[in-house]
Design a binder for this molecule. Structure first.
Ligand code: NAD
Length: 485
């Protein structure tokens, strides 16, 4: 692969960089100003076939069968090291490709390295069990790799999610085919280039770039895939699940969210303000676990949102590479989607406390920047409080009792993450136990990348868990062996 600068990058299949057809390319743009960064192949069924076949060949090879768990772990440790050695280049590339501020990309790079480190340590600790059946029988289980794993990656955290996918696949002894999002494939390709010299058998990791309805659909419907991990929107998740059903293949679906920060009157206000703000403006709100709903006790609301609005108005907005607080949103398409929610708010007379408009940034005419926005008094049943906006837009809903807070928090089709802000341990645990979501943060939010903490949704936020030891369930299958003596 060559450096960016408008050049053509290849797909990575069976250990080779391939540009199948120079006439079929996708232009990758810098969301900051709309300039061209690179071109990648518009892979389709043919390239997915090649990649899946390469993965099959590698998975069944003697070379991979003889690769000890210890050696898989060693390679993963080396990958973490290489990522850190190239942290500046990776962070810059992620910022150019996704638009996010450079410091946020630097955090993504560190999290990427930590995924490799974490699963490096796990590779030789994937245990089975012995089961006491009856005298004269030794019964045990082995956790075997599941085989060829397809990973479909979204555009908002490409490096983190590609790292999470590749590291756990290698640790568990599988072969992987990745399909990055068409808008942001560059750090996935760079990552694979960096780990290429580490000595994995050719075909254990493959990357096919392309559109979702072409390469993505071909991957999720491929008859030789043994597991699909999909991270993306609910609508696409349904399609992926339908394809997997045709092949009786398990899927992990990491989908969207409409996560609440539930703020009680007795909270530590300074901390609550800091994290409520951070959790909605990070990556310009284009985060699955964004804290996109403020659910707040009525008695403290006015004062709290006034301070929040003031803090939002102080944030700088501009090119990610200049490290402003907020970068652009991904594209005009994303911008138009956010704008349509704001138009609805205006039409329905919802109070826009701050923001609500595009911000023009000098010299970045084709970049789409959106002001951090607060929509006040949004009833939980309103579309704005129900649907993922995927921009820096926070809705505010008040409660007067603990029961009401829980009802509002649980009152959407999603269930990914929630934050609870209170100094009362009893309230904190009672509320946490009743929230219908996969992860609850009490008095903090989304801390530290959470690579060791199982992550995934309830309800329409999906099922299956990534991260931590829990993810091993997706990537291994259990064999029971009974020996009579
Ligand atoms: P998306 O569903 O549009 O695309 C996700 C991926 O699926 C892309 O690689 C795309 O090319 C591919 N795809 C599209 N159509 C396909 C098809 N028919 N078959 C197979 N693949 C197809 O989502 P997006 O806009 O890239 O990402 C934003 C969404 O992802 C948000 O809803 C966000 O909440 C969610 N997300 C969830 C998590 C999580 O871990 N829960 C993390 C990041 C993003």
């Amino acid at each position: 692969m060559q450096a960016i600068n408008g050049q053509i990058q290849g797909c990575y299949i069976g250990g080779e960089w391939i540009i199948p057809n120079k006439e079929r390319l996708i232009e990758v743009k810098n969301p900051g100003d709309g300039s061209t960064l690179a071109f990648v192949p518009r892979g389709d069924k043919e390239e997915i076939d090649l990649a899946v076949n390469a993965a099959k060949k590698a998975f069944h090879s003697q070379e991979w069968k003889k690769f000890s768990p210890y050696n898989r772990g060693k390679i993963l440790y080396q990958a973490a090291e290489i990522i850190r050695e190239n942290r500046e280049e990776l962070a810059k590339l992620e910022t150019l490709d996704v638009g996010k501020p450079l410091t946020q990309s630097a955090v993504d790079v560190e999290i990427a390295a930590r995924y490799f480190e974490y699963y490096a340590g796990v590779a030789d600790k994937i245990f089975g069990e012995t089961i006491p059946v009856e005298p004269g029988i030794i019964d045990y289980t082995v956790r075997e790799p599941i085989g060829i794993v397809g990973h479909i990656i979204p555009w908002n955290y490409p490096l983190q999610i590609a790292s999470r996918s590749i590291s756990v696949s290698i640790a568990t002894g599988n072969a992987a085919v990745l399909k990055p999002a068409e808008d942001t494939p560059l750090t996935t390709l760079k990552l694979v280039e960096l780990i290429e010299p580490l000595g994995l058998p050719k075909g254990i990791v493959n990357v096919v770039t392309g559109y979702g309805h072409e390469a993505g659909a071909a991957l999720s419907g491929h008859p030789d895939i043994n597991h699909i991990t999909f991270t993306g929107s609910v609508e696409t998740g349904k399609r992926v699940m339908e394809s997997a059903a045709q092949n009786i293949v398990p899927v992990t679906l990491e989908l969207g969210g409409k996560s609440p920060n539930i703020v009680f009157a007795d909270c530590n206000e300074e901390q609550a303000l800091k994290w409520v703000l951070k959790s909605i403006v990070q990556n310009s709100g284009q985060t699955c676990s964004a804290g996109s709903r403020l659910v707040i006790e009525k008695s403290i609301k006015e004062n709290f949102i006034r301070k929040l609005a003031a803090a939002m108005e102080e944030l700088s907005i501009g090119l990610g590479i200049d490290n402003h607080d907020l970068g652009p949103v991904l594209s005009k398409k994303q911008f138009d989607r956010i704008q349509s929610f704001i138009d609805l708010a205006r039409k329905d007379g919802i109070r826009i406390l701050t923001g609500g408009d595009r911000r023009l940034v000098e010299g970045c005419g084709l970049g789409y920047y959106f002001e951090p926005t607060i929509l006040d008094n949004v009833p939980v049943s309103h579309y704005l409080a129900q649907e993922e906006i995927f921009g820096p837009v926070l809705t505010v809903t008040t409660f007067q009792t603990e029961e009401e807070a829980i009802e509002i928090a649980n009152g959407t089709p999603y269930g990914l993450v929630a934050g609870v802000w209170t100094e009362n341990v009893g309230i904190a645990h009672r509320v946490a136990s009743q929230l219908q979501c996969g992860q609850v943060f009490i008095n903090h939010y989304g801390a530290g990348g959470g690579i060791a903490q199982p992550f995934g949704g309830y309800k329409k936020s999906g099922f299956g868990r990534e991260k931590g030891l829990e993810a091993l369930q997706n990537y291994t299958q259990v064999k029971n062996v009974a020996l009579k003596y």
